[in-house]
Design a protein around this ligand. Structure first.
Ligand SMILES: NC(=O)c1ccc[n+]([C@@H]2O[C@H](COP(=O)([O-])OP(=O)(O)OC[C@H]3O[C@@H](n4cnc5c(N)ncnc54)[C@H](O)[C@@H]3O)[C@@H](O)[C@H]2O)c1
Length: 334
């Protein structure tokens, strides 16, 4: 039986661990939170993240990074992007053999603008990296844990690695994985969409309708493409699951914590208050700051990212930024 180590026993790490057990893999989850580890081992739940859903009894959890690292040559990174570098720098101190890293987190690192594959290359010496795959797409843990149909993408510069991850994670009943060789497009698509999820929540909080949301998704996709293509990714990737697909899920679903944070802000909360009400990581906030500075550096027009940035970090009223967006100079769509 294949063994897989999942770093991060949160909502997504736990749901994927469950999927992997369904796929007859032996899974060890690493988390630095003792209560999470104990809950998974003793009660087979992760109540604050996945409610009353039961996890497989076969999933084991540990607080020992070394135990998890030695458990498998396939390492799933399921911690928030803000701590990925910390976890990897700890891995670097104890790693002894080559690992295939599979990242499932969705975000860009603040200050460096790095994608997770770049953080891995920074932190882990080359002789210990077998390869890197980004597993990303429209997938809420709350649906995967109840085995609702889900399709996502395994992207890697090495097609064989993408195919391996496709085999390991695919489940004929409910989880279908496609492959892609556009790692940059997949990583950027999965990260940037969270900004528009926040904006989508804000629109609902302010009482706007589906016309506004549809425009947000469409114009947001265009901004995502502008950034991605300039950074070396493919436009066609964003027309697929990691772009259009993930934008639809995250902008339309009550399960999206980015959407939920935006909803609270649209209803009148400030950023700090809205984040204090969330039990799970809201990646879109940091990604918005990163993408804002990145777009300025690249000289790309991203009015929606700028608007979300203004609300989150310049404390400008959402209604004011929307008024400003609508009052921009009229122009051709393409
Ligand atoms: N939840 C989903 O539906 C979903 C789906 C796809 C992708 N993602 C992405 O997966 C990533 C994780 O999201 P999540 O929803 O599981 O978050 P979460 O907040 O539910 O869980 C994060 C987990 O990481 C652990 N953790 C934090 N710092 C750590 C450290 N230094 N060392 C070890 N463990 C640490 C926490 O204890 C927690 O259990 C995010 O980037 C998110 O965007 C989530």
């Amino acid at each position: 039986m294949e063994k897989i180590a999942v770093m991060g026993g949160g909502s997504w790490g736990s749901a994927l661990a469950n999927l992997l057990v369904d796929n007859h893999k032996e899974v060890l989850v690493y988390d630095n939170d003792q209560a999470t580890v104990d809950e998974i081992n003793q009660f087979h739940t992760n109540k604050s993240k996945l409610g009353d859903n039961l996890l497989s009894k076969e999933i084991k959890a540990t607080r020992s990074l070394e135990e998890a690292l030695n458990f498998s040559s396939l390492i799933v990174l399921a911690v928030p992007t803000s701590v990925t570098r910390i976890v990897l720098s700890n891995i670097k101190k104890i790693i002894k053999d080559k690992k295939l890293f599979v990242n499932v987190a969705k975000g860009l690192e603040l200050n460096t603008n790095d994608r997770v594959s770049e953080i891995v290359n920074d932190e882990i010496p080359g002789q210990y990296i077998e390869g890197f795959v980004s597993l990303t797409g429209p997938s809420h843990a709350e649906e995967v844990i109840v085995r609702n149909l889900t399709s996502i993408v395994a992207a890697s510069e090495n097609l064989e690695h993408a195919k391996l991850v496709q085999e390991i994670f695919s489940n004929e009943s409910y989880f279908r994985v496609y492959t892609s060789c556009d790692l940059i497009g997949a990583e950027l698509g999965g990260s940037l969409k969270n900004i528009y999820a926040i904006a989508s929540g804000m629109l609902d909080g302010l009482g706007y309708g589906i016309n506004a949301k549809s425009a947000l998704i469409t114009r947001g996709l265009l901004e995502m493409k502008r950034i991605t293509v300039l950074l070396g990714g493919l436009e066609e990737t964003l027309n697929g699951l990691v772009g259009v697909g993930d934008l639809i899920v995250t902008c339309m679903s009550k399960f999206s914590r980015n959407y939920s944070a935006g909803l609270l802000i649209g209803e009148g909360d400030d950023l700090k208050t809205s984040l204090s009400k969330m039990t799970m990581v809201v990646e879109g906030v940091k990604t918005c700051k990163t993408a804002y500075h990145l777009s300025k550096k690249l000289g790309i027009e991203t009015p929606i990212i700028d608007a979300v940035y203004d609300v989150l970090f310049n404390e400008i009223e959402p209604r004011v930024v929307i008024k400003n967006l609508m009052a921009r100079e009229l122009k051709s769509e393409h």
